[in-house]
Design a protein around this ligand. Structure first.
Ligand code: SF4
Length: 163
């Protein structure tokens, strides 16, 4: 598993850390904030794809080994998560899956009402799965604060569900 930590570093991520499903904190209020307050909700990026909240939590709980990936750059993080997912799949972890709000394109055409050119690359956002990211990453010793200024350093997180 350490190879994925190393690979995340090679992909210029700030931090990467292996955790278990027991280290993920779920709170249905994350889903509340997702459904009301996020402009992406019901777009192709964030549609729940006919799964219930409890099903989505159960999906994550099936994974025993999970990689938290931290970056200051949302676009680079999305790219790195997909590459990590690809590498884990090729290593034989056939259920490997990234949880990460899609920032693959520097300018998202979906956000301006257009079509996504690569819908197969969209991965779901952590809020949709009820992950309390603040609590989860802080418990792992990683930084995550509410930003009050647009120039503040962003701490962005994604999760690679490995097996
Ligand atoms: S257009 Fe790009 S950023 Fe937007 S949803 Fe599609 S892949 Fe993601």
């Amino acid at each position: 598993m350490d190879k994925y930590v190393e690979l995340a570093r090679e992909l210029k991520m700030e931090n990467a850390m292996l955790i278990t499903n027991e280290d993920i904190h779920f709170d249905i209020r994350a889903n509340l904030k997702c459904k009301w307050g996020c402009g992406d909700y019901l777009s192709v990026k964030c549609h729940s794809r006919d799964t219930t909240f409890l099903e989505r939590v159960e999906m994550i709980k099936r994974y025993k080994r999970i990689l938290i990936v931290h970056s200051h750059d949302a676009h680079e993080l999305s790219k790195a998560l997909l590459e990590l997912e690809r590498r884990a799949f090729l290593d034989g972890y056939y259920f490997a899956f990234a949880i990460r709000s899609c920032n693959l394109c520097k300018l998202c055409s979906v956000n301006s009402g257009g079509q996504c050119p690569t819908p197969e690359k969209i991965r779901p956002c952590d809020q949709l799965f009820g992950i309390d990211v603040y609590k989860t990453v802080r418990s792992a010793g990683l930084p995550c604060e509410v930003l009050t200024n647009k120039d503040d350093t962003q701490n962005r997180y994604g999760f690679l569900l490995i097996d």
